[in-house]
Design a protein around this ligand. Structure first.
Ligand code: DOR
Ligand code: ZN
Length: 431
């Protein structure tokens, strides 16, 4: 019997309202008990004194690029980046090549994950064939193959009747529809937030209304269908308000926000750095503020990375030409810990947004430290400083707005199913 005792850390498990110094005992891949002074002499010891111990993080939104774009990332490198970032469950988006719109692709991803990834990989299947917005995928077959949600992320389903039917069908298989909410008729060729910054830089603007109009439509469609709408990467104050009102009216809407949309504004784009280009774009300070407020009051459930690797040669071009997206898995924790340091979120609120909340949104058995739960745990030092160098990270790509910057908060150990898969000094250890 494999037993691991994580001793003496500050255990924060929002699902059980726990925040205290305690030991965590894992046995045969699962949590056995969380108490003070557990006596388990035969167990492998992990000393967590002075560190925080929480459930492994759950990412609802990452692009792992396999199959088809393995030069940007693959399941092994993306899974390793996740382990190094404290993520033990990663939901991977369907905009691969081929698109994950067929059970054979879903099965391929899961098979690769079983052999190559140190952490759990949970495929999100496409909502429509080829992400074209024309034909609904075979949702029940995809769920049977292991899909946890549906999304055409990267693209917005612009045909409202199609979106209505996607929400209707998803209800029959009891899975959420995660939307990339941007009205493309308003986005046009916009590459930065429309406002003073886009004017000053002379770059085409992408207005906040592109997001709010799309979210408003989808909320309406969720209301008439009863489907579960999950709004991906919320970036505007307007969308936060719409989601808050919809939830108050009892509509089944959940939402996520990325680390970058919680701490960066469009001002970051002043140097035309393509590593500040993503969809949706970085917004105004008021939008950032509203997104933080949305997390604090529970309007937004989760922090999701939208980890979107792109190769150096693809990003090293004119701002207007570069593909949108930034890395997220290896920097998420230190970036969002800033919200605790500034007093905007409590530790429990932050950890909930990384663990039990996302698990609940996608109905995953993850994100809490209770007897019988999977032994997925992350141990980190919230104070420790380090300098982030993407070239030394696990992702195959380098496109981070935080490259070369000092970070505060460092993952020390990540365990999946009771096995150490990452240690700060030893690196990724599995498989
Ligand atoms: O910035 C983004 N990058 N947003 C998306 O929706 C897609 C993603 C990607 O696949 O690169
Ligand atoms: Zn997206």
């Amino acid at each position: 019997m494999a037993r691991v005792l994580i001793r003496g850390g500050r255990v924060i498990d929002p699902a059980t309202n726990r925040d205290e110094i305690a030991d965590v005992l894992l046995e045969d891949g699962r949590v056995v008990s969380v108490e003070s002074n557990i006596d388990a002499r035969d167990a492998e010891l992990v000393d967590a004194a002075g560190l925080w111990v929480t459930p492994g993080f759950v990412d609802l939104h990452a692009h792992l690029r396999e199959p088809g774009q393995e030069y940007k990332e693959d399941i092994a490198s993306g899974g390793s980046a996740g382990a190094a970032g404290g993520f033990t469950s990663i939901c991977c988006m369907a905009n691969t090549d081929p698109v994950n719109d067929d059970p054979s692709v879903t099965e391929y991803i899961l098979d690769r994950a079983r052999h190559e990834s140190p952490v759990r990989i949970l495929p999100v299947a496409a909502a429509t064939k080829g992400l074209k917005g024309e034909l609904i995928t075979e949702m029940s077959a995809l769920v049977e193959a292991g899909a946890v949600a549906f999304s055409d992320d990267g693209k917005t389903i612009m045909d409202s009747d199609m979106q209505r039917r996607v929400l209707e069908y998803s209800k029959m298989v009891d899975r959420p529809v995660s939307v990339h909410a941007e009205d493309l008729t308003l986005v046009r060729d916009g590459v930065v937030n429309e406002g003073p910054v886009s004017t000053r830089l002379g770059l085409p603007g992408n207005p906040a209304a592109a997001e709010t109009i799309s979210v408003a439509r989808d909320i309406h469609l969720a209301e008439i269908t009863g489907g579960h709408l999950h709004v991906g990467h919320v970036s505007t104050a307007g969308a936060v308000t719409l989601i808050r009102e919809a939830r108050n009216r009892g509509i089944h809407v959940t939402g996520e926000v990325t680390p970058h949309h919680l701490v960066l504004t469009d001002a970051e784009t002043a140097g035309y750095d393509t590593n500040t280009k993503m969809s949706p774009p970085l917004r105004s300070a008021a939008d950032v503020d509203a997104c933080i407020e949305g997390l604090a009051d529970g309007t937004l459930d989760a922090i999701a990375t939208d980890h979107a690797p792109h190769a150096v040669h693809e990003k090293d071009v004119e701002f207007t030409e570069a593909p949108p997206g930034v890395l997220g898995l290896e920097t998420a924790l230190p970036v969002v810990l800033e919200l605790v340091r500034s007093g905007r979120l409590s530790p429990a609120q932050l950890i909930a947004a990384l663990t039990c909340n996302p698990a609940q949104v996608f109905h995953l058995d993850a994100g809490r430290l209770v007897r019988g739960a999977p032994g997925d745990v992350v141990i980190f030092d919230p104070e420790r400083r380090w300098t982030y160098d993407p070239a030394k990270g696990y992702s195959k790509s380098r496109n981070s707005p935080w490259a070369g910057q000092e970070m505060q908060g460092r993952i020390e150990t990540t365990l999946v199913a009771g096995v150490v898969v990452y240690h700060v000094d030893r690196g990724v250890l599995h498989p």
